[in-house]
Design a protein around this ligand. Sequence first.
Ligand SMILES: Cc1ncc(COP(=O)(O)O)c(C=O)c1O
Length: 380
Amino acid sequence: MSQSFNTKTVHFKSEQHRPNNSKVTPIYQTSAFSFKDLDDVEAFYNGEKDYLYSRVGNPNPDELAHVVSNLENAPAGVSAASGLAAILVGVLSVCQAGDHILASTDIYGGTYELFETELTSFGIELSFVDFKDLNAVEQAVRPNTKLVYTESITNPLLYVEDLTAIVAFSNKHSLKTMVDNTFATPYLITPYDQGVNLVVHSATKYLGGHSDVTAGVLVGDKDLIQRARSKAIHLGPTLAPMEAWLTVRGVKTLALRMEKQVSNAEKLARTLLENPDVKTVYYPKNASPNGNGAIVSIDLNDTIDVKTFFQSLGFVKIIPTLAGVETTVSYPKTTSHRALSEEVRQSLGITTGLVRISVGIEDIKDIIQAFEQALTNSRK
Ligand SMILES: Cc1ncc(COP(=O)(O)O)c(C=O)c1O
């Protein structure tokens, strides 16, 4: 029987990892597993036993990968030490030296840096293209192109990618597609259902949900996940048991948190749209039947002193992450997108007035009041 999303966040089959019928999977806080004799060791290599050494495999990161693949409707998954580690092993499951990646320009700055600085040093070629113009993307295809990379809702300008069109274009050229679904989460968008091969998460964000863990998850086609798992084992960024356990606990309230945060974000976006001190409100439209996400970006008018604005937000703190239960703000220009040249930032719309708001679960009246007060206090 197929289960609905909310049910899948709390019911998942992990009984084999629950000794003594414990309700919750314990934390397997161990670096290795013991064997009664050498035949028992052989049993691991013959595939009859699951665990040998925690970098190679451990029940907690495996449980997290299982839970997220289930929510994304993907057949396989692997956990990693961070979102960037999951992106790296995902890309390396498709590309090697001499291959070419087509990536969207409008992506998280850390991913941009990983691609531009590290992947090129591995001999992987790159083109950053504006994915709003799929003709331009098509023109950038080379004979050695292997992978198309983007985000389902982009960071920080919240553009909702047309995944159906991207998959159609990728299939036409026999390319694999990989999508970062961190901002949307499977509560809003399930890219694998649309034909995407690999879906990646910074589980540090909504999946964990409480800003107390750094983790990544990659789900997708079985053969690619198998290769990504080998890359993680060889390169080392596998996920620690405690971090995986915390993330699984977080996922159990994903639907509840998203419902509240999305509803708060919609109300805040609507209010800020009316405010004369806000030049532009970036908030997705028609992202999914469950709403448009819980991130709102705003471009402040010249009437506002940006530094004073950030100092006047009361309980809303400047924190260069997103997706926790508390409303927070970040300044993409000097944090997430610092690594980009000023020219690239300008062309993307990452301006001096751009503020990224991660909307939390507080009472919406308090959130709105914090922003209205900060705008009033920081008027030049
Ligand atoms: C959309 C997106 N993808 C990936 C990452 C990287 O994740 P992590 O910090 O867990 O490595 C981030 C971090 O902010 C992000 O916003």
